[in-house]
Design a protein around this ligand. Structure first.
Ligand code: ZN
Length: 187
């Protein structure tokens, strides 16, 4: 995110980068009013939903990488819980009303300051009506999943592992990161 030019608090153009007293990080600070512009990672919440051996995927309409397939997921809004955000995004992007079963995967992408929280969920209602962020939305059997067109490598890894676990009926809980260009999962 590019730095601000004007203070969002007082409007002065006296923003400087410095470590505020008692802080440990460089922050954009207003030398006119003392406002500190904190920038913290964004949280993306989403769901992995299986029904009758098929897995819910949405085809992205928007950049980055429009046309690729991904799990329904999106940025949390203020005032939401992560579970509410995951279910809302699933509803908006797939028209599927769901229910959370358990957390499944947490992974960090420090390069772009994002954290993904993916839940296991089950479908309660499938309306087939979804928002403009989605080109197409389907439940795929594993052999029909467009593996080469999955949005992001970590999404593919989560999906592959989930399918494996669905077959065995026993689910792990995973965390990982993308700071090495690869997402590692720890059982
Ligand atoms: Zn200010």
């Amino acid at each position: 995110m590019p730095d601000l030019r004007f203070c969002p608090c007082c409007g002065a153009d006296q923003l400087i980068r410095q470590v505020p007293p008692g802080d440990t990080h460089i922050r954009l600070t207003c030398s006119a009013c003392g406002h500190i512009q904190y920038q913290n990672p964004k949280i993306i919440a989403g769901c992995i939903i299986e029904q009758d051996g098929k897995y819910l995927l949405c085809q992205r309409a928007n950049p980055p990488r429009p046309g690729t397939w991904t799990l329904p997921a999106g940025f949390m809004e203020n005032g939401e819980t992560t579970e509410q955000a995951a279910l809302r995004e699933t509803w908006e992007e797939s028209g599927v009303r769901g229910e959370i079963l358990s957390p499944y995967s947490i992974f960090s992408v420090p390069r772009i300051s994002e954290v993904y929280i993916i839940f296991r969920a089950q479908a309660l209602e499938i309306t087939g009506e979804y928002g403009e962020e989605t080109l197409d939305c389907r439940f795929f059997a594993p052999e029909d999943i467009p593996w080469e067109q999955i949005y992001y490598p970590a999404i593919r890894q989560i999906l592959e592992r989930y399918i494996e676990e669905c077959r065995s009926g026993s689910y792990g809980l995973y965390m990982g990161n993308d700071d090495t260009g690869r997402v590692h999962f720890i059982r």
